[in-house]
Design a protein around this ligand. Structure first.
Ligand code: FMN
Length: 369
């Protein structure tokens, strides 16, 4: 046993990890080739460098061309993309790491330029009034198209197909990106979902699309290898606004996930100060931990100290680190040796090439196992 809770191995019902430190999913926009294929030279090296994490969750990978909202993000829907990911999973596995892929659909946070002039898809035609990066620079989001039942069924199928591809590509599991204001979150929220059919209105209806996708995905990959991500107190970010139904909706979803035998549920603490919002929950891990009986992963703003504390308090099993992982490929070893951490450079979060990507040095030689 380590003195640090983060460094202890995790033996969950469905997950066995060498430590409790997870690399959070982060879009890095380096798949700048025609088919948005991740490559061994870029993504392969980047993820391999971080393989001492207990678990890596990849950047969001679009499940279909309709799922895209950013330039140069990798996909998991074509043969070439699967072949690209195979080399990456192999590199991580060869270093003793584990890697899940995050399955992503942005919904309305997109632009017609990505869809041959067609409007982005969403539960209802409500503009998020965001700006998205297209090949011609920043553009304002248009009012999206309300998804028909056939669009919904097609999207369910896209997730299933992407999960099947993930298995073929050698991933240890998939994480459904039901967080941060993207497509599923747009269905969950009453301010973005005004549907009057079975996919809107009641809490159960607003959650239906997510559970339909989960049920479809578990036909092609065992439940034990599926994770899902939520950001219940997301407010005024990515076009989302909380209302009095927001937290009850997430409580319903997370409690219902006890009926599934998932790898984990991944939650984020609020991204912004929500202390003045009466219907927000300010302490997500504390609030949701008693509601969920499986493995709980927590994220957002964690440091070594806070990460150890949240596990010791029993409020989470695993902690995912985002930005610290951009600039500290050997984050585990640095924690182990209580070493200083490198700062990240925000200017190179989404730029092409190796700069600010694979060129952050490791300062430790040891490989934590
Ligand atoms: C550059 C960057 C890209 C991100 N891309 C994604 C993504 O693709 N999927 C996702 O769920 N979250 C994404 N996030 C959010 C992170 O997973 C994480 O929630 C956030 O950085 C807060 O955690 P931290 O304080 O440890 O950085 C991204 C964050 C950053 C900084």
């Amino acid at each position: 046993m380590s003195k640090q809770a983060l460094l202890n191995p995790f033996s969950g019902k469905n997950l066995n990890l060498k430590n409790r430190i997870v690399m959070a999913p982060m879009t890095r926009s380096r798949a700048n080739n025609e088919e948005n294929v991740p490559t061994e030279e870029l993504q392969g090296i980047y993820y391999e460098q971080r393989a001492s994490a207990g678990l890596i969750i990849t950047e969001g990978a679009q499940v279909s061309p309709r799922a895209v909202g950013y330039i140069n993000t990798p996909g998991i829907h074509t043969k070439a993309q699967v072949e690209g990911w195979k080399k990456i999973t192999k590199r991580v596995h060869d270093k003793g790491g584990k890697i899940f892929i995050q399955l992503w659909h942005v919904g309305r946070v997109s632009h017609s330029d990505f869809h041959n002039g067609e409007l982005p898809l969403a539960p209802s035609p409500i503009n998020p009034h965001e700006e998205v990066y297209t090949s011609e620079g920043l553009k304002k989001t248009p009012t999206p198209k309300e998804m028909t039942l056939s669009d919904i069924n097609e999207t369910i199928n896209d997730f299933k197909n992407a999960a099947k591809n993930a298995v073929e590509a050698g991933f240890d599991g998939v994480e459904i990106h039901s967080s941060n204001g993207y497509l599923f979150h747009q269905f969950f929220s009453g301010t973005t979902n005004k549907r009057t059919d079975n996919y809107g209105g009641s809490t159960e209806n607003k959650a239906r699309f997510f559970f339909d996708v989960l049920d479809a995905v578990k036909e092609v990959i065992p439940e034990e290898k599926i994770g899902a991500r939520f950001n219940p107190s997301l407010n005024n970010v990515f076009g989302m606004t909380m209302d009095e139904q927001t937290i009850p909706t997430f409580e319903y979803i997370i409690k219902r996930l006890n009926d599934y035998n998932l790898a984990y549920v991944h939650l984020s603490e609020p991204f912004t100060d929500v202390s003045n919002i009466p219907y927000a929950v300010t302490e997500i891990a504390k609030h949701f931990r008693p509601l969920y009986h499986g493995t709980l992963m927590i994220n957002a703003g964690f440091t070594q100290e806070k990460g150890n504390a949240v596990i010791e308090a029993g409020d989470a099993d695993l902690v995912s680190f985002g930005k610290l992982y951009i600039s500290n490929p050997d984050l585990v070893e640095r924690f182990e040796n209580n070493m200083p951490l490198a700062d990240w450079n925000q200017d190179t979060f989404y730029t092409p090439g190796t700069e600010g990507y694979t060129d952050y040095p490791k300062v430790t030689n040891t490989q934590y196992v």
